[in-house]
Write a protein that binds this ligand. Sequence first.
Ligand SMILES: [Zn+2]
Length: 471
Amino acid sequence: MPAPFRRAIFMLFDGARWDVFQQLLDAGELPRIRQHLAPDGRVHRAVACFPTVSGPAHLPFMTGCYPGTLGAPGIYWFDRRIQAATGSVFQSVRSYLTLAKVRNFNRDLAPGTPNLAAAWPDVRYVFGWYTRGSPHGALMTRVTKITSFVRGFLTKDWLRCDDDAEAVQNRAIDLGGSFVFSVFPSPDELGHRFGPTTDETRAAYLKMDGIIGRLFDRLARRGEADSTLVVLSSDHGQSPTHTHFPLDRTVEAQFGKTLAYKRWPTPTRGFEAVVLPNGNGMANVYFRGDGWDQGRPDAARFSGFAQGLLANEALDHVAWRGSDGWLVVAGHGGIARMREVAGGLEYVVDGHDPFDYGPLPATMDPETALRLTADTPYPDAPWGLLTWARSPRAGDLLVTSKVGFDLRDWFEYQEPHGTHGGLHAEHSRVPVLCNAPLADGPMRTVDVYPTMVALTGRPLPPGVEGVSRVP
Ligand SMILES: [Zn+2]
């Protein structure tokens, strides 16, 4: 194995799609990315961990763990235990889309969760969401992120946020140090605003080519181009949206008063259900049942309703916990049951496979499950769902929308033309571009952390769930 890299720079190009990268690369429009990160002209493919929304889907890169393992089953979640204890939705409903997101992630994640500082103690962050283990000053955008995002919010000129990220990343590089973690937010924001495959959003990819070129020029001037690992990846993809489906109103019509986050007004007391769309393509749904202090209600009380939802063309899959540790997933074609067992998962189809998979072994280790499903329209969906379901904060019911649809029909600050959060490849297939060779074959975003650990010759912190993809 060659000498380990002295430092690493990880760039999270938020919401970037694998296929857009590959198409632009094939068309010769990303010459600097090709030169430095894809010399064979191939964009390595990874499956984003579920749920495919910013925040939770950032965590695999920063911890080497699945969002569900860490207790972050959504960018919005509801915790019935906190509701029972406090009676306050201001405490039981979490949104990570606030200025307190870093503080909340640092607090919410399970104790003992790995972090970047565990492998690279002098890590610096540019727009990072989780900084546990690092001093305050390590987040170099603590002050500027507010102006940067408010400006993006008001002007919709998200490309300038990437300019800001590049400028701060340059400062971090000049400070030395063994790791820089940067978020470049524009594909996600532009995709929601204009659609993920439009010229407006492609402009972000073309701009990234210049950023990569200038980065390697800078490293070369510093004599560090060969000793610096550079990895660019994404937390999720995005699909174009043409129709909105009012999931919260549909739940309310059946179960009564329903709290829906981001809808205004929404009840904050006496509600029977909670509907939290994430990326708007998946929703965590919770039911009061006999009381928030009574644990999850029996799925028999809502599974019929859930299957009835599938009569609507907007919906793709619904999932809930059955008995004996099974997670039940229903799609238009049929139903599958899956559960974690020692060393992997069991997967049983009743009738037609809801993901249209061909025949799968009844028991698989996670690697086999990934390999057999990576090239389908629902890459790694069984393992993704099972890791999501580990969290007590995950919805009693999971709902995903079909490509083209989302799960909210009320006003948002920008009319969404892009959707993510679900299990479909348009949401979960992401690029991994790297100036070191990676093993052939599929990988998950949770594998990037241990891969970077291996390539920089660091000891692997305890608790990491991903596996190194160094060949
Ligand atoms: Zn994102």
